[in-house]
Every structure is written in C-alpha cells, then in structure tokens.
Design a protein around this ligand. Structure first.
Ligand code: AMP
Length: 268
C-alpha cells in the first residue's frame, strides 16, 4: 500500500501582515515534531513576535504526487546590491524575459509589491513580455504549496548541500520552491529576494540554467522582498496556478552544484 502523506502549511502574521511561512509534505509520524519545529521557527523572529500563527494539515491523494529532480545550483558573488540587481536583470533577459518586464519586476520588489508598498504573502505572476501583473489578489499573490524533499532522499541531499555551505533550511526550502516553479507549464523565470532585513541573498531561476543565487540583492535592514514568476501566456494561466498551488511534487535528487564565481558589472 502507498504511504499516506500530508501537506503541512504554516503562516505567521502580525497586525494582519505576513511575517513568515513554510510548506512541507510529511508522513503521519512526523506531523507532531515538524509542526512544533515550524511553530518554534515562527515565534523565533529577530523582530516582534507574530500575533497569529496558523498551521494546517491536509492529506494528499497518493496517486497525485509527482516526483522530480532539483535544478542545478550556481552562485554569483557580487560587490553590492546594485551590482546584484544588474546581474539579476541580465539573467532574466537571458532566460527570455523582456527588458521591460525584468525592470518592472525589480522595481516592484524594491518598492514592496503588495498594497501600499507592503510585502505580499505569495508571489507576483507577471507576463514575461509585457510586464503585466496577472495574479488576482495583489496582497496575497500566488502561494506555491505541496512540495518538499522526498523523505528517503532528504538525508543525502541535506548532507551534500551542507558540505558546500548550503545546508540551512532557508536555502533548502527556497531551492524546493524554485524547483516546483520551474516545472510549471509556461514558466519563463523566477526572481526572489527575502523580506528578512538581514538576509541579502536572492536568486533568479530559469528552466535552462537552474537556481542561480546572487550574493547580494538588497540593502541591509530593508524589510521589502518577494517573488515574481514570469510566464508566457501561450499556456493557460488556470493550469499554471492549479499546478503551483495544488499539485504535490517531491524532489528525489540534486542537480549539479557549480562552484561560486565572482561577477563584476562592466558598466559600473
Ligand atoms: P522568504 O524567502 O521566505 O523570505 O519569502 C520572500 C517572499 O517570497 C515572501 O514575502 C513572499 O512574498 C514570497 N513567498 C514566500 N513563500 C512563498 C510561497 N510558498 N509561494 C509564493 N511566494 C512565496
């Protein structure tokens, strides 16, 4: 008999504003410990604690769960956030995003993409050519859910990532999220940097070059951040959103891990 798995989702907020969240896919025996760990993570923020934390659990239909491999990982070391954003722009254009859409996305994340410059709970979905925003609700955005490392593959993947300094849960969860996004029908690329004021690393992901980390995409202390998913609209938006929000995917193996390299902007 196939093992029953559950989607566990955590959301923490304060004053109605999103603070943190997590998505896991786990077996029944792990529910209590993983829920406690996510609750502890939600409470251990560097700033004021959340005033609400919600954890929800939902069983998954075993036949609906897909397996896939994680994307290749690259790391670019940049001199500062301006150089980082310039590189992000170039990587997005290389992936097939128009100059206009890439610049608009960088501006949106810099200004706060939610209502009145707030941080969104989920991601912006953007037409990769025109830069038009396609997500219905601009404070919620689209939340990617129901993805994780396959539990039997987790120890080996975590050990390999830890050996190259990428073993933190933040990196693993971002890699898993990007991996799910890259498997979406019609996806061209993704741009992300965190809303954590002390976490300056972000990434651009695309189906050809994989998960490309950029060592600095924002100024220290900046509370703004977010995600933009660039899509080509020759595919139906409904099936893309259904895949991102509902379709369970477990990742069973790593891609290639490339050595970090310096990147200098010739125009700076
Ligand atoms: P984080 O990398 O957790 O700091 O998240 C940075 C931003 O990415 C958040 O403020 C959200 O806007 C967005 N985000 C976080 N988790 C998800 C998710 N599961 N799906 C879509 N967007 C997300």
């Amino acid at each position: 008999m196939e093992r029953q798995l559950y989607s566990l989702r955590m959301r923490a907020s304060r004053g109605g504003h999103h603070q943190s969240g997590a998505e896991r896919v786990i077996a029944a025996a792990e529910v209590a410990t993983v829920t406690a760990a996510l609750m502890a993570r939600a409470m251990n923020t560097s700033g004021p604690p959340p005033d609400a934390v919600h954890c929800s659990l939902e069983c998954l239909e075993p036949a609906s769960i897909r397996q896939a491999v994680l994307p290749d990982i690259s790391t670019f070391l940049v001199g500062g956030w301006r150089a980082g954003r310039c590189l992000a722009n170039r990587l997005l254009v290389r992936a097939g995003v128009s100059e206009r859409a890439a610049s608009r996305a960088l501006e949106l994340l810099a200004e706060g993409a939610g209502c009145e410059g707030s941080v969104m709970r989920g991601a912006v979905v953007m037409n990769a050519q025109t830069g038009e925003r396609l997500e219905g609700d601009i404070s919620r955005g689209v939340r990617v859910s129901r993805m994780d490392l396959a539990s039997e593959a987790r120890p080996a993947i975590e050990a390999l990532l830890a050996a190259v300094g990428l073993g933190h849960h933040r990196v693993i969860e971002a890699l898993v999220l990007a991996a799910k996004v890259l498997g979406a029908p019609g996806i061209v690329a993704e741009l992300c940097w965190s809303d954590d004021p002390d976490y300056l690393i972000g990434y651009v992901a695309d189906p050809r070059y994989g998960y490309q980390r950029i060592s600095n995409l924002k100024q220290q202390g900046d509370l703004r951040g977010g995600r933009v998913f660039f899509v080509s609209l020759d595919r139906a938006l409904d099936s893309l959103l259904e895949y991102l929000e509902r379709r369970p995917v477990l990742f069973t193996a790593l891609g290639r891990i490339n050595a970090p390299r310096d990147w200098y902007d010739a125009d700076e």
